[in-house]
Ligand binder design. Structure first.
Ligand code: ADP
Ligand code: ADP
Length: 241
């Protein structure tokens, strides 16, 4: 059973850059899929087209059996709550505390920055859930600390906890450990693996280092210049693209 099917996805940016040139692949439910490829190969564009931060130029994205490339805005919002995303640079609101950052996860990705500020009193139930999410990533003791007082690895764990507030079925991670040192990277990757294995969240993760791909992923695709050049198991990677 596939949670995600990407068919002939094309993305041409307004300046003419062809970032994706017809990419197709399927993601089985429960997979930990690594997306690899050199810088500029289209990995980030791919994730952004899947959750439609960017509009694909053509092709389709089928999530949980439903084509989300051709649905109305309100239906898209509903589908998007099931798709969490974390970024290389964490995208936390630095001057708010950890708990508040996590709570904004409930507001939906794009509304975050705008609505986050107007909530004076969060529902008690959300607060409990936010603490639960922080426990999952081992950082509940930092709940009341400002986000900018955390280390990089701690920030990424908060960003992961924030996505948990959406109860995602799918987590898209765009180079989640690229700005972290190696040992912190392993710690963050271990939490992603926990979400995948214990919390049943399918993960699609752009990764730079093949050592991480081999240690964490169950499936791999490789992009080169906007095209899919490999699809298989981490143990099948033999060439360098
Ligand atoms: P990767 O994540 O593999 O580094 P990207 O998806 O970021 O690759 O980029 C793929 C190509 O698209 C690159 O040539 C990049 O310069 C270009 N690109 C990315 N974002 C934009 C944008 N917003 N406008 C124009 N070109 C872009
Ligand atoms: P460096 O970090 O020195 O640029 P890497 O070996 O990390 O070199 O590879 C750079 C990029 O090429 C990475 O995005 C990686 O995913 C990809 N890559 C490296 N080796 C392979 C391989 N054997 N198969 C597929 N992709 C590879």
């Amino acid at each position: 059973e596939f949670i995600l099917q990407v068919k002939d996805l094309v993305k041409t940016y307004p300046n003419g850059t062809k970032a994706l040139k017809g990419v197709s692949f399927n993601v089985p439910k429960g997979a930990f899929l690594a997306v690899i490829g050199l810088s500029g190969s289209g990995k980030s564009t791919l994730l952004r087209c899947i959750n439609r931060i960017h509009e694909p130029t053509s092709g389709s994205v089928i999530f949980e059996g439903r084509d989300i490339t051709h649905i109305k805005e309100h239906q898209l919002r509903e589908a998007r709550t099931k798709i969490g995303m974390v970024f290389q640079h964490f995208n936390l609101v630095n001057r708010r505390n950890v708990l508040n950052n996590v709570l904004t996860g409930r507001l939906g990705q794009l509304e975050n920055k705008f609505l986050g500020g107007i909530f004076q009193k969060w529902p008690e139930k959300w607060i409990e859930e936010a603490y639960q999410a922080l426990r999952i990533v081992g950082i509940e003791d930092k709940a009341l600390i400002r986000a900018d007082g955390l280390s990089g690895g701690q920030k990424q764990r908060v960003a992961i906890a924030r996505t948990l507030m959406q109860h995602p079925d799918l987590l898209l991670a765009d180079e989640p450990v690229a700005s972290l040192d190696p040992s912190t990277s392993y710690s963050v990757m271990n939490y992603l693996r926990d979400l995948n294995q214990k919390h049943n969240i399918t993960v699609v993760c752009n990764l730079h280092f093949l050592s991480l791909v081999r240690d964490y992923s169950t499936h791999v695709i490789a992009l080169k210049n906007g095209e899919l050049v490999f699809e298989g198991k981490p143990t099948d990677i033999t060439e360098k693209w």
